[in-house]
Design a protein around this ligand. Structure first.
Ligand SMILES: Cc1cc2nc3c(=O)[nH]c(=O)nc-3n(C[C@H](O)[C@H](O)[C@H](O)COP(=O)(O)O)c2cc1C
Length: 320
């Protein structure tokens, strides 16, 4: 199998990992409705103190994945031993694509630096990446911010990524300190693509087909990764491929959002335990739908205290 979780000549379109959101029910829903080329797990927290390293539920998630769309398993954690052992456990569980989180701005665990904080110590990061690379025989990639405080740090980090032999990288061109403030700087993505032979996937602030096409043209990246935009518009992958019109009017949009939620709800009922948890989880998805014209409907759904009311509000939204 290729070390890259995509094939074909066109740019790859990936669904971003989003903790608390891109669980296997949501991934399956988006795979059926919009067909991203590649999907990611939410970050899997590597347990520094437990010998199991990867929580049982996450292992189940890895082995449960079937179908032709590649699943990349993303690890977040601290410590060479813990992370390499976790990567081996993931590989043994059937993961073919393993990714390390070098971006999460809320990463510090009690055990030490994780996620984006790992960018602060390039020497230690080099050791970690080399160890991870040789710990697994399968694909190994990273998802990173441009730097911790200075976005130009990426140019110091690139040789480290190349020397470690990562198979590809996903760049969210903000700093860790920035969190989500300002804009993703895709001029920086373009400079990174030019500087490295590694396949680079552009991520950050791509919410419409027009923006996606613009970023591809501007950066010559190997593909795009969509996070919040893929929740706001569950058909964005298909719009980017030109299978659907690039924009839709408010009425059609209402219908599309309604159909998406109607499809997602029974999947959440199967994955989560009891109406309370299902409602809590699906309401988290509603927070990412930005349309002004849908806000009063979404507000009523968020206020729903039981499943019957939620479903009534959903039907009401679809009928208007
Ligand atoms: C709620 C939420 C959860 C996220 N969880 C993860 C995660 O588990 N792993 C990760 O690498 N990035 C995570 N991210 C970052 C996204 O994958 C992505 O890099 C970021 O949102 C920028 O892309 P976007 O503008 O397309 O959303 C998360 C983002 C959000 C908003």
């Amino acid at each position: 199998m290729s070390a890259l979780p995509w094939s074909g000549s066109g740019p790859v379109l990936m669904l971003a990992p989003m903790q608390g959101l891109t669980n296997r029910a949501l991934r399956a829903c988006l795979i059926e409705r919009a067909a991203p080329d590649t999907v990611f797990t939410e970050f899997v927290r590597v347990q520094a103190r437990s010998r199991k390293r990867i929580p049982r539920a996450d292992l189940r998630d890895i082995t449960a994945h079937t179908g032709p769309v590649p699943l990349v398993v993303q690890l977040i954690g601290h410590g060479v031993d813990a992370l390499t052992e976790a990567a081996r456990v993931a590989e043994a569980a059937g993961a073919y694509f393993i990714n390390l989180n070098l971006g999460c701005p809320y990463g510090r665990m009690t055990t030490g630096a994780t996620g984006g904080e790992l960018l602060r110590d390039p020497a230690a990061l080099a050791v970690l990446l080399r160890a991870l690379r040789s710990a697994v025989t399968v694909s190994f990639s990273i998802k990173c911010r441009a730097g911790y405080a200075d976005p130009r740090k990426i140019f110091e980090l690139l040789p480290i990524y190349e020397d470690a032999g990562v198979d590809f990288l996903i760049l969210h061109p903000r700093t860790v300190e920035q969190q989500y403030a300002g804009e993703a700087d895709h001029a920086l993505t373009a400079a990174v693509v030019e500087r490295t032979g590694l396949p680079v996937i552009a991520n950050g602030d791509i919410c419409t087909a027009e923006q996606g096409h613009h970023v591809l043209k501007q950066t010559a990246a190997a593909g795009l990764m969509l996070g919040r935009g893929a929740l706001a518009d569950p058909l964005l992958f298909r719009r980017l491929r030109g299978e659907l019109p690039a924009t839709v009017d408010a009425l059609r949009r209402r219908r599309e959002v309604g159909e998406f939620l109607e499809d997602l709800l029974p999947r959440y009922q199967e994955l989560f335990c009891g109406d309370r948890q299902v409602l809590m989880k699906i309401k988290d998805v509603l927070n990412f739908i930005p349309d002004e014209s849908l806000q009063s409907d979404l507000k009523r759904m968020k206020r729903a205290k039981d499943m019957v009311t939620f479903q009534e509000e959903l039907q009401r939204m679809k009928q208007i």
